[in-house]
Design a protein around this ligand. Sequence first.
Ligand SMILES: NC(=O)c1ccc[n+]([C@@H]2O[C@H](COP(=O)([O-])OP(=O)(O)OC[C@H]3O[C@@H](n4cnc5c(N)ncnc54)[C@H](O)[C@@H]3O)[C@@H](O)[C@H]2O)c1
Length: 269
Amino acid sequence: MASTNNGSTFDLATAHFNPDTVAIVTGSAEGLGKAFAEVMLQKGVKGVCLADINESKGKETLEEFKKFGEEKVIFVKCNVTSESDIEAAFTETKTKFGTVNLLVNNAGVQNEQNWRLCVDVNVKGTLSGTYTALKHMSLSEGGDGGTIINISSLAGLIPIPYMPTYAATKHAVIGLSKSIMAHPTTKASGITIGVLCPSFVDTAMIHEDNVILRTESDRALAKGIQQQAGILQVSEVTDAFLTLLLDKSWAGKIMKISKLGGMQDQPIM
Ligand SMILES: NC(=O)c1ccc[n+]([C@@H]2O[C@H](COP(=O)([O-])OP(=O)(O)OC[C@H]3O[C@@H](n4cnc5c(N)ncnc54)[C@H](O)[C@@H]3O)[C@@H](O)[C@H]2O)c1
C-alpha cells in the first residue's frame, strides 16, 4: 500500500532492499527481531546474521530461514552485554558475506526487579552495538557505510508508571541515537541512524507470565494502560520497520508506531 511522509509517495508492496545489504539483527531468535530478519530476507537482502543469547531458539530460527536459501542466514550466539560477543558477530558476518551495512539493535528485556539487567541489555547493549557498527561500517574505517536501526519504544517518549526502569532504558536509546546522529562524523562516515518506537506488540515480552514488575498491585495499572493503548500485531511493526528502512523520506528519523496513531514522525528537537 502506498503511504506518504513529507509529501513523498512510497509503495511498501514493491519496495526492495539493495541486493548488497548484509544485516545483523540482535535478539532475533524470536519475537520482533526474528520478524525483522524474516521480512528483510523476503525483500531481497544478501544475508542476515541472527545474533541472540538463546542458542536453541536461534538455531531453530536458522533452520526455519533456510527456506530463503542455505547461504543467506547465519546464527551467532551473542549476548549483547558482552562487547566481545558483538565484535564476534561482526567478524563472523563479514567473513561469511564480505561486509556488514545494516545493524538492528533489537535485543531488549523488561524486568523491573532485576533492573540492572534491563539497563545492561537495553542501554549498554545498544551503545555497544552502535559503537561496534560505527567502527566496522564507517567509510573512514574502510567500511561501506550503512544504517543502524535502534529499537526503542513508545515507553522511550512517555512516562510508564509501572515500568520506570524499562522506560528509562528506552528513553536512553533515543537519547544516545539522537546524540550520535547529531555528531558531524556520523554523517561523514556514511552512517544513518533511525529509531523505531513501537507501542505494545503481541510478542512473548508482554505476555503476563513474562512481565516482571516491582509489586503485584502494579499489574492492574499495567492492564489498564495496555487496554487503553491496544496491542499491535507483529506485521504492523514489520511494515513500519521496512518503511523506516526503505522509504528514503524516513531516513535518519524517529518513528512512532501505535494502534491509535499509526506511523508518526517524532521530531528530533
Ligand atoms: N513487545 C513489545 O510490546 C515491545 C514494544 C516496544 C518495543 N519493544 C522492543 O522490541 C525489542 C524486541 O522485543 P520483543 O517483544 O520481540 O521481545 P521478545 O522477548 O519476544 O524477544 C527478545 C529477544 O531478545 C533476545 N535477548 C534477550 N536478551 C538478550 C541479550 N542479552 N543478548 C542477545 N539477545 C538477547 C531473546 O533471546 C529474544 O530472542 C526489544 O528491544 C523491546 O524492548 C517491544
